[in-house]
Design a binder for this molecule. Structure first.
Ligand code: G4P
Length: 293
């Protein structure tokens, strides 16, 4: 069983609510985190929208924090899929947000005017930026924005302008995280509640990924030789460098983990993507190889 598990009881009701809402919408706007679009996508959203034949505007949000090259690869990957239009956005950029209604229209050109408004639903796992986006789309605060997962709880439909409505869904997380790698990436990116995971383990895992993918960024930030280093060694180095020492002496690795995770989450390390379509394929193939039949 994966080390990181999260199974909130409201998932089944969220699934039912989403399936029901889908019947009355034309376009699904799925928000993912551009730094980990595969891991932060929700298979349940994908499954239900395909079942209902609803096109998807896939927003790779927080693109301002992600590696532009990896984001290009992800967009090409998604845009090759039928009924999917993928774009990289930052919900904090009003010009990016301003493009969204027209893009959604492209996916359902038959819906126009007051008689047949374009009906959209906004969906995605917690903390990918749905509330921020909703607020920006509505240009007024309708939801509490915060870096704690699952702030948006109830469902609401709002007029987005002439001939357009937007339904908000509760933060959707899939019932079971199937791969450890996804659990760690999601925890590092704060899509999983703080109580559900151990920061130290998440930080070691993040360190392993970043040492392999972005050694120069790690070297620049923490003044360490990346070659030959591993996630644990990096965390110990950060603890020493940042004076994370326990009262009785010894390294405070939990504190160091916090420093490291905050650096990643705030973009202080630079623009980073934790996965590419290729690395995800490799991870899935390796998992399949080692899974019991
Ligand atoms: P949710 O509804 O999907 O759960 O996500 P929410 O909008 O609450 O956003 C979660 C965090 O992600 C917030 O950070 C929000 O500001 C940040 N965020 C959302 N979209 C973007 C984006 O495009 N780029 C960046 N860099 N951040 C984004 P927070 O910790 O509450 O901080 P603050 O920025 O609100 O102070």
């Amino acid at each position: 069983m994966p080390a990181v598990q999260w199974f909130p009881g409201h998932m089944n009701s969220a699934r039912r609510a989403f399936a029901k809402a889908l019947a009355a919408v034309d376009v699904v706007i799925e928000v993912t985190d551009a730094r980990l679009p595969g891991a932060s996508g929700n298979p349940m959203i994908e499954e239900l929208r395909r079942f209902r034949n609803r096109p998807c505007l896939k927003l790779l949000n927080k693109a301002d924090l992600a590696d532009p090259e990896a984001t290009r690869e992800w967009m090409a990957y998604y845009n090759a899929q039928p009924d999917v239009l993928a774009v990289a956005v930052s919900a904090k950029s009003s010009s990016d947000v301003g493009r969204i209604p027209a893009l959604a229209r492209q996916l359902a050109p038959h819906r126009s005017g007051a008689e047949k408004p374009l009906r959209m639903i906004l969906a995605g796992i917690p903390n990918v930026g749905k509330s921020t986006l909703m607020n920006a789309l509505l240009k007024r605060r309708v939801a509490k924005v915060g870096d704690e997962p699952a702030v948006t709880k109830s469902q609401q439909t709002l007029d987005l302008g002439p001939g357009m409505t937007l339904t908000d869904t509760p933060g959707l997380m899939w019932p079971k995280i199937e791969h450890d790698a996804d659990g760690f990436m999601l925890a590092a990116s704060h899509a999983i509640g703080r109580n559900a995971v151990i920061d130290e383990e998440v930080a070691v895992n993040l360190g392993t990924i970043l040492l392999a993918r972005y050694p120069a960024l790690i070297e620049a930030r923490y003044r360490i030789e990346a070659a030959g280093q591993d996630g644990e060694g990096l965390l110990e180095h950060i603890a020493r460098r940042r004076g994370c020492i326990r009262k009785g002496g010894g390294l405070d690795l939990e504190k160091a983990a916090n420093v490291f995770l905050t650096d990643y989450r705030t973009g202080a390390l630079g623009r980073i993507s934790l996965e590419t379509p290729e690395s995800r394929q490799r991870m899935l193939a390796a998992t399949a190889m080692f899974s019991p039949l």
